[in-house]
Structures are given as C-alpha cells and as structure tokens.
Design a protein around this ligand. Sequence first.
Ligand SMILES: [Zn+2]
Length: 371
Amino acid sequence: MRLLCSQCGQGYDAGGAPWRCGCGGPLDLDFHPEFDFRSFGGREPGLWRYREALPIEDRSSVVSLGEGGTPMVPADILGAKVHLKLEYLAPSGSFKDRGASVLISHARELGIEAAVEDSSGNAGAAISAYCAAARIACEIYVPEATSSGKTAQIEAAGARLVRVPGDREKTAEAVRKRAGEIFYASHYWNPYFFHGTKTFAYEVVEQLGGRAPDVVIFPVGHGSLLYGSYIGFRELQANEVIGAMPALIAVQAEGFAPLSYLWRGMEFPGSADKAGTVAEGIRVRKPARAGQIIRAVEETGGEVVEIGDDEIAAALAELAGRGFFVEPTSAVPLAALGKLGLGEGEIVIPLTGSGLKASLDVSRLVCRGKK
Ligand SMILES: [Zn+2]
C-alpha cells in the first residue's frame, strides 16, 4: 500500500510512512477499491461486510468489536423529514469506532506494539478500546476539561491517560514529541482512520436501498466523519453504485469555526474567540485537513455553517425529548437545520456520540429550568 501527500504528491510505503509528509501535508491512501456492491448484501451487518473496499490485506489482523451496522431511523423533527443514523450505538459509543477498527487493524498488520493518540475524548475512547482488543499498549492525550465519562472509558481500557492543561491545540502540540517515538494512531492525520469512517457512506446508501441521499449534515471539528464519508461516496460513485454525490454540509460551533471563516474567505481570529462551546467533540481551531474538507464541501455543493450554544442546547433537548440520548456535539447538525433552508430533499444526520459519556453536560443543558 502507498501513501501520497495531499499537498506535494510525495509517496511513502505504508510500512515506514511518517505521520505526515516532510512538507507538513496530510497523507492519503493511494487506494481505489473495485467491488460489486450487491455482493455485500447477504453478509453479516457491520463494517467488515465491506472488506473488499477496506485497505487491510492480512485478514487475520482485523480487530473488530462489532462496529458499524448502526440503525437509521426516519424522524419528522423541527419541521423537516430526516433520517437519523444512530452512530452512538457503536461499541465505545461513537462513530469513531469505524476509524479505530480499520486503523488498529492496520497497526496490527504492521506488528505495532505501542500507540499514542490525542483526542477530545471520543477518538481516545475508541482507540484505547481497539488497542485493548489488539493487545497494543496505548497512551491517550486529552485536554484537561474532557468529560469524565470519556476519560473513564480510556483508563478502564488500560490506556495511559495524559491530561494536558489548556485547550485542544495544546493537547495536539503535547502529543507531537511522542508521535515521533511510537506509532501515532491519529484520527485526523492517519488516512487509515478515514477508510474506516467512509463505511458510514456505504451503510447510508445500502439503507436507502442503493441510493445516495441529497444532503448529509455533519458536526465538524477535524472532519473525520465528513471527509471519510466524502471518500466513501466517491468510491461508490466510481463503482457506479450512486450517480450524483450528496451535498456534504459542515456545521461548526461559534468560537471554533476555522472552516467557516475559510469558507467565507476570511481569516480565523483563533484565540481571540471565546474559550468554550458545549460541543466538546468539535472544539478544534486548527483542523489538519482544512483544505481537503473545504474542497469536499465545495465539490459536492454543500456549505459550511456556524451555530451557537443556545441553538445546540435547543436541538439537544429536542432529541432527548424524543428518546435520543446523545452528547451535545451530536445535536449540532440538527441545530443548523433552520439556517440551511433545505427543500424537500432526503436529509441524513448522524447522531455521533452517546449522551452517557457526557450526562452532566446533557443534564445542565436540557434539564435546566425544569425543576
Ligand atoms: Zn508533502
């Protein structure tokens, strides 16, 4: 397998590749699977039913906890008919298990014995779970404010938890040194992760009976689900499973909206913005793949929008009131619905992470004023 720099085109062998190109650019897999989509149909549900489309050559290396195969349910909500895909029902409680399963399978294929990852919580919980399953030693760097539900998951899986004072970017800086010493299982630098999250697109198309939706709305920090889905829909298009690409819409939280600024051709003020958003999963000010995410949105006729905490809280209450107990970040796409002015098209919204990981936040946002 070859990796190619998305900025300068430099090639690397997957075995000895650095975590990013010498020029600083993120690496992509030079992998273009060909398959008969109908052949997946009769198999067990889950991510590995798409094995011919996944970049793992040695099947004995596959690390699986039963990820993928999440339900998609229709809902008439906030004046729109949408399909909610329940990614929070994954083994570790978020869609990140898709990426972790493929990435840690790759690590096992390489004979890796120790890995490090930095995360706002969900990716750390997923990587630590899959490392535990693969018997790979694991270190997870998190911002000190990370929800206790997520840090408990990480430590319970046996990973070494490193709490870094300051914001998400401080955590990313702190992990850099360690990334030069052991395998960096990054959910935003390592391209194998995106070839796990791309299966979200495969499942959506299968669940819609072989069609692509018109629109998919994602919460975006580092964009691991949006960009992975872009890869997935492109592969389905190349294999003539779908015709047009769905519009991919990126939703960011105020104060953490570098892509929204980039989209409008403006410079992101960065640290001049406010310190927090309730959407902890997307508190990212420097997305590694900003250019690729913007191109994916642009090419598919999507857009980038920004929403505030009050809108997130209202959408979270709406979901919780219908029985969908998700974390605040999962309410971000629904919170943007009103701003998008979408027509009659078929809309898919992933509910990315479980509310059980951040129950105190959910309680604070949804239950206030109910006493
Ligand atoms: Zn490069």
